[in-house]
Design a protein around this ligand. Structure first.
Ligand SMILES: [Zn+2]
Length: 299
């Protein structure tokens, strides 16, 4: 089997040279799509000839013609494919990502179109749930509220409660992190987040809030320490400050559904900050092999 020619690195000149035409983008999608061999989506036959569109494949048995974009997040995309590739490159490789307004200005697309596409990208940025946090894992909650709400008289009820988990590495380092909006600070709300993102044998550290107590049954190493106004979890404090700062900088509306998308986006990049070389390819591959949301956050 042919080895796929993955794009690696952060060099935007190299990126532009490689993907300045739609043809190269279709080839890249096709290489990912049929990386493990071709199977007709209709009849599962493995024989094909070239289809009508660039890099599409036609089943020699039932004549079903499948384009490289069909069934992927690039299907029926309103943005030209090479521009979509550039947007994915920026959103994955720029440290703070880009707002839909910035994308709109740079790529001369309608802001609404950019926002819709970025929303898809955020879906692909969701955790695979395959690598739960391990070792020492700090957990805390915080309130996140948008600017708009403050203008309207700062109703506290509109702020969203977010739970955050952060891996603490030996020698003061930090590893990966995840965050999720929750209904309330109860054990029932905490549990799905714990089960999705934290390994059962992790050394979980929380504050002394009673909502965490029932989790000790499954997370036997869970330890509760006094919060001391956040001073006992300085790395968590910094992480939440950075997250809030980033959110303030790029988004204004703050619906529950949108906020979760931003939390996914932030942590997708954060968790790959030491593997930036392959971050574009990882994200693009997810957009081709996209599976719908596995973690239900909309209750
Ligand atoms: Zn077929």
């Amino acid at each position: 089997m042919e080895v796929r020619d993955k794009f690696t690195g952060l060099n935007s000149i190299k990126f532009t040279l490689r993907f300045h035409q739609v043809e190269a983008c279709y080839k890249y999608l096709s290489d990912i799509k049929w990386e493990d061999g071709y199977h007709c989506r209709k009849c599962n036959h493995t024989g094909y000839c070239l289809g009508v569109k660039p890099h599409s494949r036609r089943c020699v048995k039932c004549s079903y013609d499948e384009s490289p974009t069909s069934g992927t997040m690039f299907d029926k995309c309103k943005i030209l494919i090479h521009i979509a590739f550039h947007i994915v490159f920026r959103l994955s490789t720029k440290k703070k990502g880009m707002s839909s307004l910035e994308l709109s200005n740079e790529f001369e697309q309608r802001q609404k179109t950019c926002w819709e596409f970025k929303w898809k990208v955020q879906q692909a940025m969701q955790s695979s749930l395959n690598y739960p946090l391990t070792g020492e894992v700090h957990v805390d909650e915080c309130f996140i509220g948008g600017e708009e709400e403050q203008k309207q008289g700062r109703s506290k009820g509109k702020k969203k409660l977010v739970i955050v988990a952060l891996e603490k590495l030996p020698f003061n380092g930090v590893g990966r992190a995840y965050a999720q909006i929750i209904e309330d600070a109860s054990n029932t709300s905490f549990r799905p987040f714990f089960e999705a993102h934290i390994s059962k044998d992790a050394d979980v550290v929380t504050d002394e809030w009673t909502g965490y107590i029932p989790l000790k049954k499954d997370y036997t190493k869970l330890k509760q320490v006094p919060s001391n106004k956040g001073k006992n979890q300085p790395d968590m404090h910094i992480h939440i400050m950075n997250l809030k700062g980033w959110l303030r900088g790029i988004h204004h509306h703050c619906s529950k559904e949108r906020l979760q998308g931003y939390l996914e986006e932030y942590h997708f990049r954060y968790n790959r900050r030491n593997n930036m070389d392959t971050i574009f390819d990882t994200l693009l591959k997810r957009m081709v092999n996209y599976e719908p949301k596995r973690l239900n956050t909309d209750k």
